[in-house]
Design a protein around this ligand. Structure first.
Ligand code: SF4
Length: 137
């Protein structure tokens, strides 16, 4: 079983109220082989919401609000779902401050990327769940 970023499954859960549908992910969900989760929504954030990026191990919205606690809570809750469903792999949305794996935005809201993982991606890796972005499947 795979845990997947809900926006890749066509759920309109992104900060801008849109989805980023990936046909391969949608197919996996349809076949009962993947479960969609949105850690930012599970952390109590609204949709749409102000975009947020990582800076020095914390997460701030574009207008300067510290939302680290919501991101961490959402990552923990999404991990719980992954464990309940015995997921050993994940397909995550690239570059996201929650789901991004390998590269994330640098905290300047300029589109610049740095090496690193989103809050949810980090916790999945710690729990030995293998990650792929939508560009790696
Ligand atoms: S937190 Fe993850 S699942 Fe939710 S919108 Fe962002 S990238 Fe998609």
């Amino acid at each position: 079983m795979k845990i997947v970023s809900a926006c890749l499954a066509g759920i309109k859960c992104r900060w801008d109220g849109k989805a980023r549908p990936c046909l391969k992910v949608i197919e996996l969900v349809k076949q009962g082989k993947a479960i969609p989760v949105c850690p930012e929504q599970l952390g109590g954030l609204t949709t749409p919401r102000t975009p947020a990026e990582q800076k020095n191990d914390k997460i701030f919205t574009k207008d300067g609000k510290d939302v680290t606690a919501q991101f961490e809570r959402g990552a923990e809750e999404a991990l719980k779902i992954a464990k309940l469903a015995n997921c050993n792999e994940a397909i995550v949305k690239s570059k996201s401050s929650s789901c991004g794996s390998g590269k994330v935005y640098d905290g300047t809201f300029s589109g610049k990327l740095i090496n690193g993982d989103g809050v949810f991606a980090k916790i999945l890796k710690k729990n030995n769940i293998k990650l792929f972005t939508e560009n790696e499947i």
